[in-house]
Design a protein around this ligand. Structure first.
Ligand SMILES: [Zn+2]
Length: 163
């Protein structure tokens, strides 16, 4: 279920919205190679109308599955936004999209969640990276190790050209 605010209901009283948004609804599934979202986001929000705007305040909680950029270990990190708020104008240039008397809050939540993603996830601040053996293995696989073989191939090629 997308997170919708019904303006007709809001005219009568302030609203409380509680529930979950799936990673699919938030379009967070393939956003970042190192960060995976597998569990739904939990929200608990109060919505009120103040003059020509809607104020949304409450908490957002989302669990991220990150891969450490240094050691490639998978670890969980919680994004806990206990004081999340959004101010949605109903008039003017910045006014929100209203369809069938409802506003979809999902994109506003998504935007702030994405901005809050860790830029370079680390399993711990002092992560020392891959153990030496594993690093060597990776280098071998990716071909980023020593260039002895290829350089000798080039040497051979140069020799051929000279002939
Ligand atoms: Zn690490």
């Amino acid at each position: 279920m997308p997170l919708l605010i019904n303006l007709r209901q809001l005219e009568k009283k302030d609203l409380t919205l509680q529930g979950e948004l799936t990673p699919t609804e938030l379009e967070l599934e393939h956003l970042d190679e190192m960060i995976h979202v597998k569990k739904p986001l939990e929200y608990d929000l109060e919505v009120e109308q103040i003059d020509d705007a809607i104020l949304v305040q409450g908490s957002l909680l989302l669990e991220l599955e990150c891969e450490c950029v240094r050691c490639l270990k998978t670890f969980k990190q919680e994004m806990d936004l206990p004081d999340w708020a959004a101010h949605l104008p109903l008039v003017g240039e910045e006014k929100v999209v209203i369809s069938n008397d409802t506003i979809d809050l999902t994109p506003y939540i998504r935007e702030d969640i994405v901005l809050g993603f860790p830029q370079h996830p680390l399993c711990s601040a002092d992560c020392s990276g891959l153990p030496k053996g594993a690093a060597a293995k990776l280098k071998k696989i990716s071909g980023a190790g020593k260039f002895d073989e290829s350089s000798s191939a080039w040497t051979q090629l140069d020799k051929l050209k000279l002939k």
